[in-house]
Design a binder for this molecule. Structure first.
Ligand code: PMV
Length: 349
């Protein structure tokens, strides 16, 4: 091997919150979804990951937030890195050092930013050719939602139709600069239960057992189009009711899964009620709630209302923190200090 560190790169990615949810896999092995989805990448939160491939290393190592990780998560990372090693024709083990600037248990999907940053770092470190579309496809193999964190702002993940999922990747819909006044109030609730099963498994149970899953799938295309039109117009009155309708539909599928998937706590439900009251009192849509497979709730609004709504939601019993977040950027690479090595720059296309 050449100089140490030559096969090394650092990539940063932010989490995203889904407006149209990915829930159900057409090809489980590759995390290829049944339906297309739409998300917003969030500013201010990020995962920074450095990957160093080293032929002298006996096995892959993973350090997460300063702690060495063994077992399941490290095996997930090893299997994920195998995709890149295979493509590069290298058998080198890797040292992975990853850090979130937000608490892992904060209800932000760290798997989305985690696998997006890991994919970006691995691809750049091994100098694999390809642009962001290929990177998005790689990220999907780690965690479905990671496929969308490659891009900033509003992002569309097309489900694709190919038998092998090759055409299932994200594309930018509108960048973070499109709607600068858009805000996401991340509401963290106390006592959020630790997930007993992974979302990949949970969603397949919904596909198999929820009697409303098929109906939801039929509604999604129209909902997606309505959301896209509202985003183009930057129109909360059009966007927010559809966001809540979609969240309610996702929750209905979860609750009618056998056995039921109940992700919310009484505090999460109080947030949903409070958002309904805020809109009722205003006589228009000032805010919209949404949540993923977890108890924390995201409340969309626009800049003029963000602080007062955050205060109101923060006063609810069991809400431990509210964070006002803006539309954020896609993946970015950190050049090595003092290095002219272009290896860290992925050719974007
Ligand atoms: O990326 P995963 O496997 O953790 O699945 C995420 C599923 C949801 O967050 C519930 C919806 C979504 O589209 O992000």
């Amino acid at each position: 091997m050449g100089a140490p560190g030559r096969y090394s790169a650092t990539c940063v990615a932010s989490p995203n919150i889904a407006l149209v949810k990915y829930w159900g896999q057409r090809i489980p092995e590759y995390n290829v979804p049944y339906n297309s989805s739409l998300s917003l990448t969030l500013a201010g939160l990020s995962t920074r990951t450095r990957v160093t491939f080293d032929p002298d290393l006996p096995a892959d190592t993973l350090e997460l937030n300063g702690t060495a990780v063994e077992g399941g998560p490290r095996d997930d990372v090893r299997r994920f890195l195998d995709l890149f090693r295979e493509r590069a024709g290298r058998r080198w083990s890797a040292r992975v050092v990853s850090r979130n600037n937000f608490p892992t248990a904060s209800g932000m999907a760290s798997s989305a930013s985690g696998f997006a940053a890991l994919a970006g770092a691995a691809m750049a470190a091994l100098r694999l050719r390809g642009g962001l579309r290929i990177l998005s496809r790689y990220a999907r193999r780690g965690s479905g939602s990671a496929t969308r964190s490659i891009y900033g702002g509003f992002v569309y993940w097309r489900a694709g139709r190919h038998w092998d999922g090759d055409d299932s990747y994200a594309v930018p819909f509108r960048g973070p600069e499109h709607w600068p006044a858009f805000r996401d109030i991340a509401c963290l609730v106390a006592g959020a239960p630790v997930k007993s099963i992974r979302s990949q498994e949970a969603m397949q149970r919904s596909v198999a057992t929820s009697p409303v899953y098929g109906r939801r799938q039929k509604e999604l295309r129209r909902r997606l189009r309505r959301m896209q039109a509202a985003i183009i117009l930057r129109d909360p009155d059009r966007l927010f009711p559809v966001v809540m309708e979609e969240c309610d539909s996702f929750r209905e599928v979860c609750e009618t899964t056998d056995p039921p998937l109940d992700y919310l706590t009484p505090s999460s439900r109080a947030i949903l009620d409070e958002v309904r009251s805020i809109n009722d009192e205003a006589g228009r849509y000032l805010a919209a709630y949404t949540h993923d497979a977890g108890a924390h709730v995201h409340v969309f609004t626009t800049a003029p209302y963000a602080r007062s709504i955050a205060r109101r939601l923060g006063a609810l019993r069991g809400v431990t923190e509210t964070r006002i977040l803006r539309p954020g950027p896609g993946v970015r690479w950190i050049p090595r200090a003092g290095s002219e090595d272009p290896a860290v720059e992925l050719r974007v296309g």
